[in-house]
Write a protein that binds this ligand. Sequence first.
Ligand code: UT7
Length: 333
Amino acid sequence: MSKIRAAITGVGGYVPDYVLTNKELETMVDTTDEWITTRTGVKERRILKGENKGVSVMAIEAVKQLLDRTGTDPREVDLIIFATVTPDMVFPATANVVSAAVGAVNAFGFDLSAACSGFLYALVTGARFIESGQHKKVIVIGADKMSSILDYTDRTTCIIFGDGAGCVLLEPTAEEVGVMDAILRSDGTGEAFLHMKAGGSRIPASHESVDQRLHFIRQEGSAVFKFAVTNMAEVAAEIMERNHLTGQDVAWLAPHQANKRIIDATANRMGLAEEKVMMNIAKYGNTTAATIPLLLWDYEQQLHKGDIIILAAFGGGFTWGSVYVKWAYNPKP
Ligand code: UT7
């Protein structure tokens, strides 16, 4: 009997309308379009505006599009995994908010927190449920409303991040396509360099925590950069080596969009030409768990059945990993 694999059979995405440009950021903090562009590669990012709008607002739109594009009846969905560090609330899980909104009444769901590697962790988790043979339709979402945890007086973080949501449908296949291999890693000592201190059980919200601005993301950028550049490149190279893949075999690299310089270093280590590297950092910035599914969304029309794609990420935790995917379908009209 052939092995059951989890194939990505569709992609959905959503970015909010509001475009926050580098020029507008110049009026908010001491920065320049030139600094942001050369140091990060970001030109603009999308921001979800409006009162009481959580990350679910974007994820629901992305999932509705996915269901529509794949002709999936929401009642057939077995599981929704939602990777995010900006859930609507601490609980209940935002996955459940999404299921209720899209009519996935037979699905169970949970949120998964692995920062910028969240989509990869969730993709591999979803793939295991499919491979078990017990689940036929799993939706994996990567979405973040980073603007809800950004300090717009801190020029070292607010210029990097943006809001967005992407998702994929996983279904079983007996063909040689789908999620082929994965390497996932984490190292808790990374907490020191990238975190949001308050709002959890260690430092619950209080007047003091708000006054001390502890509900915002803090990052030691250059320290994280060094870890990211080494680990993301290493893990991408490792998955290629153990699957006997060369730069020639790989059709696409879909790298987490944290910094164009990190992406270039990873592609270089893999021996990949620039035209094989998916990139949308210029228009969306770093959307944390959403970067990789938004890449698949943006590039879907250029992907063909059998294309070898390496997904790679590095982020808070630290967390990092790479996933080897063989694309399962040709462009749909
Ligand atoms: O996605 C999760 C994982 N995160 C990452 O992978 C991010 C990794 N880190 C980075 O991408 C980069 O470190 C940053 C983009 C965050 C920062 O770039 P950098 O080249 O590492 O800059 P730096 O932190 O070493 O700072 C260099 C200088 C400093 O000034 P001094 O001390 O040399 O006078 C900063 O104060 O640049 C200054 N600076 C800025 N200047 C203008 C920092 N932010 C800005 C800014 N505009 N927005």
